[in-house]
Ligand binder design. Structure first.
Ligand SMILES: [Cu+2]
Length: 218
């Protein structure tokens, strides 16, 4: 019953904007973290409800025992279990954050400018595109993200986590697509009445054809 519920619920998580349907290494680590947090929360909830049940069943016993009796272990376990689980999750989250930093050389650095309500992408060859980001596959690409008006947030759920676009500041995000195709992206920070349509798409090309195709497309 539970498995059927989980399977039908998680089936709805696939799709163009799914965080747990990753198409690149950075998004895969974020998805791993998501699964780890789901597992941790289920484990913790199970342990806490088990302790609650023990406490309820022992209520009569505790009433008969003296203050400072053996039931104190329930309180200590209630403290130790969440601290242990949360520390493991925190450690894994810090590891994911470290691994997703843009370290080492990238295949290309692309200048990204967010504005109400569009996205501009300017490439190393001097060309630019609007609302369509073109990248090679299988290689890390760095996005230098800016904003001209208000704060936006760039989010390509299947390729990487979110990164804010802040006026007067440059934030770098590393993305990578493992396979060619089109990936959808949204603005993840409310930026005005047109926020819902503040979207773009990423077109990823096979690396060996990338230069010709991308040059022609731009
Ligand atoms: Cu926006």
């Amino acid at each position: 019953m539970v498995m059927v519920f989980l399977a039908s619920t998680l089936a709805a998580c696939e799709g163009a904007l799914s965080t747990i349907d990753p198409a690149g290494p950075s998004a895969a680590r974020v998805a791993d973290l998501w699964w780890c947090m789901l597992g941790g929360s289920i484990l913790l909830a199970t342990l806490v409800f088990a302790l609650l049940l023990v406490g309820l069943l022992r209520r009569g016993v505790a009433d008969r025992e003296k203050p400072g009796n053996k039931s104190v272990w329930i309180g200590w376990l209630g403290l130790a279990m969440p601290v242990t689980v949360l520390m493991v999750l925190l450690g894994f989250a810090l590891w994911v954050g470290e691994r997703n930093l843009p370290t080492g050389p990238a295949a290309e650095t692309i200048e990204v400018t967010a504005y109400n309500y569009g996205w501009e992408f300017c490439y190393e060859d001097g060309s630019c595109s609007e609302d369509v980001l073109r990248i090679p596959t299988g290689r890390p690409v760095d996005l230098d993200i800016r904003a001209t008006d208000v704060i936006h947030s760039l989010w390509i759920p299947r390729l990487a986590g979110k990164m804010d676009a802040i006026p007067g500041q440059v934030n770098r995000l590393r993305i990578q697509a493992d396979a060619s195709g089109t990936y959808e992206a949204v603005c993840a920070e409310y930026c005005g009445v047109g926020h819902a349509s503040h979207r773009f798409v990423v077109e990823a090309y096979e690396a060996e054809n990338a230069n010709n195709l991308m040059g022609a497309a731009r």
